[in-house]
Design a protein around this ligand. Structure first.
Ligand code: PMP
Length: 450
């Protein structure tokens, strides 16, 4: 049997020490950090990652879900290289065909999308969504859910993971910034709602309806805690009644829980939708889509715009621009990825394999008498170590995080890669052999830590 000593990450450790000198914490994104040191990666192929020490891992992080066809799928690789070699590495700074093709694709797939604008990250997409809602309603507060992540800027970086001592009550959560340096003005302009509790949401929103421009939410929190269908229906009706823009942040769920996102599963039309991750086929991307009536506010043809001064209109247009928006390489990769998922055996096959892994792990943990739920939708799931029902962030605290961490640390030495405590994402590249190896590694991990 394998032991931790057989796996060396000495080169990772040495490189990480170098990194600590030139990057705070040795990382360029806080999320990459974990103790004792993150693993420094060298290559990725299919479902596999290879670190600088030559260790091979089955990758379930998949860049936080961004890679739905694994690393370097030949079709994605071909699309990207053809785009670059035949049309140039250039980003034109002018309209091009792929933007239109992708916009049409998103309109066809997402029931809440009539029109689209592209940007370069999920965070940018939600930032635009929130400001567009303010422009549309003339109101300046936003409402978001406790435990929901929408990127790292001030107004939404609230109560994603608040400390229990400052979080307020379950029915009326406090607004707690998740970073230092966030202004009190931002805190005052953010309303925090409890997920999956429509009575409490209604009480909070009715009180402040005149000031609240939007409700932004992850329809399936972190991709694995679904909103109840009733909650979603009632929230749609309530926001409509109060004139509040409903934003589904589908950066994580888009193409992962269904090709048409969570909105397809629930059968509900949000006013605005944000996308990212899978949409870029491994390259940086974000997109904001929504109802024509709201999206049209972005049009410089209908108002004054600082970049096209004097074009037309007396009203100020909503400002949206970006040097790299609609990057051809990104869109080529994204379109190739979506095509692969649409093919027979594409996304459906990923879902089938995900269910197979979830079932195998569930049976294994039962064998070890460890309470566990493999919770998730479509191609994402999380290993939640409790039998208690999970409806929101506070319920998640009932899970045994200490045991989970020890299992994850053992798995890293057994060739299973995810950031400890992170969700599992699957791809078209993961096969039956990967699933078997993964279940076997969990068996060894459980034997080791229990
Ligand atoms: N919204 C959600 C739901 C996300 O999961 C993420 C990224 N994890 C973001 C927004 C931010 O996206 P990005 O990291 O591309 O800025």
């Amino acid at each position: 049997t394998e032991t931790a000593a057989e796996v060396s990450t000495a080169k990772s450790q040495a490189l990480f020490e170098e990194a600590m000198d030139v990057m705070p914490g040795g990382v360029t994104a806080n999320i990459k950090y974990f103790k004792p040191h993150p693993i420094v990666m060298e290559e990725g192929h299919g479902s596999r990652l290879y670190d600088v020490d030559g260790n091979e891992y089955i990758d379930y992080l998949l860049c936080y879900g961004a890679l739905m066809t694994g690393h370097g799928h030949p079709a994605v690789y071909t699309a990207v290289t053809e785009q670059m070699y035949s049309k140039g590495t250039t980003i034109f700074g002018a309209p091009h065909r792929l933007e239109i093709t992708m916009a049409q694709k998103l309109r066809d797939l997402y029931r809440g999308i009539d029109q689209v604008r592209f940007c370069n990250s999920g965070m940018e997409a939600t930032l635009l969504a929130v400001r567009l809602a303010a422009a549309y309603t003339g109101r300046h507060k936003i409402a978001k859910f406790e435990g929901h992540y929408h990127g790292g800027y001030d107004q939404v970086l609230m109560s994603v993971n608040p400390d229990e001592t400052e979080e307020g009550t379950a029915e009326n959560p406090a607004c707690v910034p998740d970073s230092s340096g966030v202004s009190s003005e931002c805190v005052a302009n953010t309303v925090v709602l409890p997920f999956n509790d429509i009575t409490a949401c209604e009480t909070i929103l009715r009180k402040q309806a005149d000031d609240v421009s939007c409700v932004i939410m992850e329809p399936i929190q972190s991709g694995f805690i679904p909103a109840s269908p009733d909650f979603m229906k009632q929230l749609r009706a309530l926001t409509e009644e109060l004139g509040i823009v409903l934003i589904y942040d589908e950066v994580k769920t888009g193409f992962r829980v269904s090709l048409g996102g969570a909105q397809e599963i629930y059968g509900i039309k949000p006013d605005l939708t944000t996308l990212g991750k899978v949409l870029g086929g491994g390259f940086p991307v974000g997109a904001l889509g929504g109802k024509r009536e709201i999206m049209e506010l972005c049009s410089p043809a209908s108002g004054r715009d600082i970049l096209t001064a004097g074009t037309s209109g007396s009203e100020k247009a909503f400002f949206h621009s970006g040097t790299y928006n609609g990057h051809p390489t990104t869109l080529a990769a994204g379109l190739a990825t979506i095509q692969l998922l649409e093919k027979r055996g594409g996304i459906a096959d990923v879902f089938r394999k995900t269910e197979q892994l979830k079932r195998g792990l569930t049976e294994l943990y039962q064998e070890f008498n460890v309470p566990m739920q493999a919770m998730g939708v479509g191609s994402i799931f999380n290993i939640v170590l409790t039998d208690e029902p999970i409806r929101n962030l506070r319920d998640m605290r009932k899970a045994d995080t200490d045991l989970r961490r020890r299992i994850d640390e053992a798995l890293l030495t057994l060739g299973i890669y995810s950031k400890p405590m992170n969700r599992y994402s699957m791809s078209t590249a993961h096969d039956e052999a990967d699933i078997e190896k993964t279940i076997d590694a969990h068996r060894k991990a459980l034997e080791r830590v229990l």
